[in-house]
Design a protein around this ligand. Sequence first.
Ligand code: HEC
Length: 131
Amino acid sequence: MKIMKTLFSIIFPAVIIGFFLIQVSPPGQTVQQSGSVYPEKVKKVIDGKCYGCHSINGKSQDAKDALMWDSLPGLQKSKIIATLDDIIKVLEENKMPPEGAVKKYPEMKLLSEESKILQSWAGAWADSLLK
Ligand code: HEC
């Protein structure tokens, strides 16, 4: 009986641990694209300062036509690069979020630190696509 007890104390935990390992990493799962395309730092700025207008729930059709963060990674390479160029341009010129929106909601104002984060991210992504 001692052998049985020892076996159980090894096999049982092994099965449990194995079960959890499988739960944590299901076979064949790949890294979520959004996770790698928008690093946490970048996502935070987009969510806070850009996403409200440039997403499915945005009220301005012009904004949605210009840029949709969720569909950006799925566009053709050339379209992604063109959009990233537009993003860098509006940030350099301090055009986004639009002046009117910032006047109404001062907390929407993009800090220069945040602008830099977005610009260097957009530049790096564009470069990687051009390689
Ligand atoms: C209050 C709504 C609003 C917010 C917030 C906002 N945008 Fe926009 N955005 C617009 C509208 C409306 C347009 C289309 C008209 C225009 O170009 O001014 C636009 C256009 C754009 C364009 C296309 C410009 C071009 O020249 O083609 C880019 C790129 C862009 N936005 C990036 C951003 C970024 C980056 C942020 C966050 C820092 C942001 N937007 C936040 C409303 C918004």
